[in-house]
Design a protein around this ligand. Sequence first.
Ligand code: ASP
Length: 584
Amino acid sequence: MIRTREAGTLRSADLGKQVVLAGWVARRRDHGGVAFLDLRDASGVAQVVVRDSDAAADLRSEFCVKVVGEVAARPAGNENPELSTGDIEVVATEVEVLSVADALPFPIDEHLTVGEEARLRHRYLDLRRDEPARLLRLRSQTMKIIRDVMDDQGFLDIETPNLTRSTPEGARDFLVPVRLQPGSWYALPQSPQLFKQLLMVSGFERYYQIARCFRDEDFRKDRQPEFTQLDIEMSFVEQDDVIAIGEAVVSAVWKSIHGHDIPLPLPRMTYAEAMTRFGSDKPDVRFGCELVELTQYFADTPFRVFQPQGGNWYVGAVVMPGGASQPRKELDGWQEWAKARGAKGLAYVLVGEDGELGGPVAKNLSDGERAGLAQASGAAPGDAVFFAAGQRPEAQALLGAARLEIGERKGLIDTSRWAFLWVVDAPMFEADGSGGWTAVHHPFTAPHESWLDNFHDQPETALAYAYDLVLNGNEIGGGSIRIHQVDVQRRVFEVIGLTPEDADAKFGFLLEAFKYGPPPHGGIAFGLDRLVALLGNAESIREVIAFPKTASGGDPLTGAPTPITAAQRREAGIDAKPEPASSS
Ligand code: ASP
């Protein structure tokens, strides 16, 4: 070893010891011919005193150095109680520069805000900083805790391929050309879903993997094209068994990292209740402002916008406490906010301190509607009431989003809480917008027992054994009990418009495996990036990934993605025409 001690471990008990340290010059101060260095290594920081001005002459920020010296007490009054090494300093007898550093693109040890592009471009320097490094350490710790829990519970860690064919999570695949079979392509897995089910057919019974998943989706603020899941599958289980494992994982993680006891079992809420009360399938239950349904209240309204228009019609409201005093500009801002979400606008009524209703909608209502509205919506004098009218799911979702916005703007969210809950009984299918159905979870999700025989007759109401774990309004995990009967699987494919031929072409290998005694099974996957981001109070999942892509999908460090050369293109066989299907 180049050094004998790690800088951050030195204490008063080491006084008088000769040590050899190695690390980076985090900071340098000069006082009357003496240089004081903060020497940083992975363990922390120690102060080094260099009295020989020649030795200190060329030391600059982020030089990598080796220091030989003696541990001494800091002069009285110079201790730094904020630092675990704050009682001591190392008086250098020898300083060797191991490597030099150019002028830095941004300061490492300052609490300065640095633009994300610059940070990611020099991510290796960014990771020398305390907070980014803390989050990666937290991630590592979390993975260790998870692995211990899984191991204790008898789960086997099994890897599954990254070069494979399409998996069924409903996103677009990333494709990889195959040089040796021009015209054929691998898909990167959107999740290990089908492989973990095959492992159940194999009889392993308890599988887990910390797996990388790849989904080619449109860029969104906090999404990464590749991300990490804790992926779990179990045989001979029911929903409660999988939920119990999920609870064991999060309770161990929160206990070890935060010393926080999550009260178990976690509360459960049905999907329908979550949508009705919170307008979201991942409700943030840390504050109130629940949705109020007013469909009946406005059944005979003269106001055209609220008049029933068929289908699954819904009118509802959410109250913004104290919202009546918002300036006109802010109320207009809400309209823009709603339009950005694809809504026409956000109708509102202001409840004056005298109880009188104001705002453009109020005069369109009947006298009776105006008189009872504050009470029906639960608004008090001084509040604003926002409305949505339309098809139930969309209108509820708009109010749900408005509710979150209200919670944030008004500071109603108790950020000291960890509000976990399971959302259960999700629907099996949702309308795909062109008259057909898609699977809400994925098409291997089992119908609820009570829907086993007739889900295909009423796809709009059929429920699944699907469950999501929600924390503070974020979905951190989701899974389901799977279908293990070929005929049920075939009926699901039928509902989502997959012909038996399509189903065979896409998932034939799974259906084939299901001919050989598949056990009843189910599982769950946790989004590890999100989980660690929440644990560490990080602003984005990018903060807990060593080398993330930017919000627009690029990597400023390597410059990926890049164009390829004509030669690469030829060699990879990208333009090759697939062979006509052989008739054998
Ligand atoms: N494969 C699913 C997903 O990635 C999780 C599961 O059903 O276990 O969302």
